[in-house]
Design a protein around this ligand. Sequence first.
Ligand SMILES: [Zn+2]
Ligand SMILES: [Zn+2]
Length: 366
Amino acid sequence: MRIKAAVAHGPGKPFTLEEVDLDTPRDDEILVKLVATGLCHTDIVLRDAALPLPAVLGHEGAGIVEAVGSAVTKVAPGDHVVLSYGSCGACPSCDNEAPFYCHSFIPQNIGGFRPDGTPTITQNGQPLFAHFFTQSSFATHALATEVNTVKVRKDAPLELLGPLGCGIQTGAGSVMNGLEPLPDEAITIFGVGSVGLAAIMAAKLIGCRPIIAVDLMDSRLDIAKDMGATHVINPGSSDVVAEIQGITGAGALYALECTGSAAVFKQAVDCLAPRGTLGQVGVPAPGAEAAVDMGALLNKGLRLVGMIEGEAIVDDFIPHLLDLYMDGLFPFDKLVSFYDLDDINQADVDNANGKIVKAVLRMPLD
Ligand SMILES: [Zn+2]
Ligand SMILES: [Zn+2]
């Protein structure tokens, strides 16, 4: 079918809204008419990577099921859904309820094509790089599968919900499923974009104290305070390690690194208390390496752990976060600014400048 998509044409080049062709759903596929999609940092990282073909990215889709393949039983036309990440369902991680560490996570999510190599989106008969996170949601319609399609309650504002599929789930889940701090334990969040702010909301829900936010943008530190941070530090004007020791005494028992910077990673390790745990969430540049004080690692019994997609089982966690939102306990809507899909390039600029925290792109009406 003919659909509209924001097509990426290479590093630094603007997205352009174009007509493309979406394949018909196979037996195991779900056709979703998208209402809106979040814009995630990973989309921009991939746009700026040297992809082999023009690409349809986007991986925080929310919409309404339009049609399902003959083998699909999980959802039916008319259901409201949020789309999340793909996994194979058959590897040792998937078998052990850890699909976020699927052995084929990369080909499933950023391979560009279905696992059998066929394209989901073409243009003038030529394949595009798509099937992104088993969706490619910068488009009016997407093909997903049961694995990454999550049915959500119909009384929720569907156009808001896409970020639950990646960014918001990543921040909140890294605290709630990954670090699992207890009430009154100290946590520091390094980098408070949408992921870090979702982590702060989760830490507040748990009752962590203190909750320390670290970021170079004062505007984001102000939002962090609104979301539950008890202390904020701008490393541009203060010594982060000394400040955190001043607040906590021995250091924080938990830290979440949301920037992907090797220098920040080292700082986050240096701020940990004995028996402290660092969760690495920020996506680093390809090949990035970070230095660690091996003596401190040993003597303090530190744990340094990577965390993908908030270690979330999406069918449980996304409806849980949504229930918390509907009960007024997880106000992630305060982080969202809406744009039309046509204005995706402006959304990218505003996000990079810190003018907004999280862009959600609305699809054009028919
Ligand atoms: Zn797997
Ligand atoms: Zn993402």
